[in-house]
Ligand binder design. Structure first.
Ligand SMILES: C[S@@+](CC[C@H](N)C(=O)[O-])C[C@H]1O[C@@H](n2cnc3c(N)ncnc32)[C@H](O)[C@@H]1O
Length: 273
């Protein structure tokens, strides 16, 4: 049953605020949507994830700002606490932006948050964002589809690993790109598990760290090189994406064809496969 706020019916319309669940895209503030900027400009309170670029918060000059996000190995605010903070602020008349990396509905618990707000009677609008699942590979020159190589793509989380191996096909799928989010730490397990199932160690692979941020780094190689791949020590804090599929090998060529138009300081490294 839908729970309504406990304030009187006559005053509730005037006093209830609202929540925008906003996708901030992969990093660069220039990849925010106009609607995201408008919501941020109006916000009284911004509850943001750990991956949000600080420059994005600059679009909410009037707002109180709290980080409620988590990164691997660091303490985080419980999901229920985030729900409670949004609901309490909105019922007190505040305009709340819940700011998430990428798109709120791609591996971001956005659906849960909308349902919790709806259950509490809080008006909520979802503002989609550019997902790192597509914009991340793109930043390294990798198109997730290509007419001759990949007619579709699968976005999958590597957390938990069992779910990854349940979802990803047991033999290497022809014409499918696999984009793995939250998979950097599990890259050895991913590579080992897939080759044990029969994926060739020559299967094209790529890694993109900090896509669309000034510290972006990428690598192109093969599945067999993924486990021993040493990531740059000075970028251990960056989020990353693993891409598996023939399109990975297009990365260096497309990146160099488009590099004249790059807005960020992009470093590329190419493997030997
Ligand atoms: C909890 S998921 C959220 C995904 C997000 N909702 C989206 O649509 O991009 C976090 C993961 O997204 C990926 N990610 C997000 N931003 C990234 C970026 N700028 N560069 C590389 N990977 C990124 C990483 O795999 C990270 O572990």
């Amino acid at each position: 049953m839908r729970r309504r706020p406990s304030i009187s019916a006559s005053s509730s319309r005037a006093r209830i605020g609202r929540v925008w669940l906003v996708g901030a895209g992969p990093g660069d503030p220039e990849l925010l949507t106009l609607r995201a900027v408008r919501a941020l400009e109006q916000a009284d309170l911004v509850l943001y994830d750990a991956l949000i670029d600080p420059r994005v918060l600059g679009y909410a000059p009037r707002a109180q700002r709290f980080c409620v996000g988590k990164r691997a190995g660091k303490a985080s605010v419980a999901q229920e606490t985030t729900h409670a903070l949004m609901i309490r602020a909105a019922l007190a008349g505040k305009r709340v932006v819940r700011l998430k990396a990428g798109d709120p509905f791609v591996l971001g618990r956005g659906g849960e948050e909308v349902l919790a707000l709806g259950h509490a009677g809080v008006p909520v609008e979802v503002v989609p964002g550019l997902s790192s699942a597509i914009a991340g590979p793109q930043a390294a020159g990798i198109p997730v589809t290509h007419r001759a190589m990949a007619q579709g793509f699968l976005v999958v989380s590597a957390v938990p690993e069992e779910a990854f191996f349940r979802i990803v096909p047991a033999s290497p799928p022809a014409g499918l790109t696999v984009v793995v989010l939250m998979g950097l730490g599990a890259r050895a397990a991913i590579a080992g598990g897939l080759t044990a199932r029969g994926w060739p160690s020559s299967h094209p692979a790529a890694v993109v760290l900090g896509a669309h941020t000034p510290r972006q780094w990428s690598w192109t190689g093969a599945l067999g090189e993924l486990a021993p791949l040493a990531l740059p020590a000075d970028r251990a804090d960056l989020p990353g994406i693993v891409v598996l599929g023939d399109v990975a090998h297009l990365g260096p060529r497309i990146a160099s064809a488009t590099s004249g138009f790059s807005l960020s300081n992009v470093e590329q490294r190419h493997g030997t496969a």
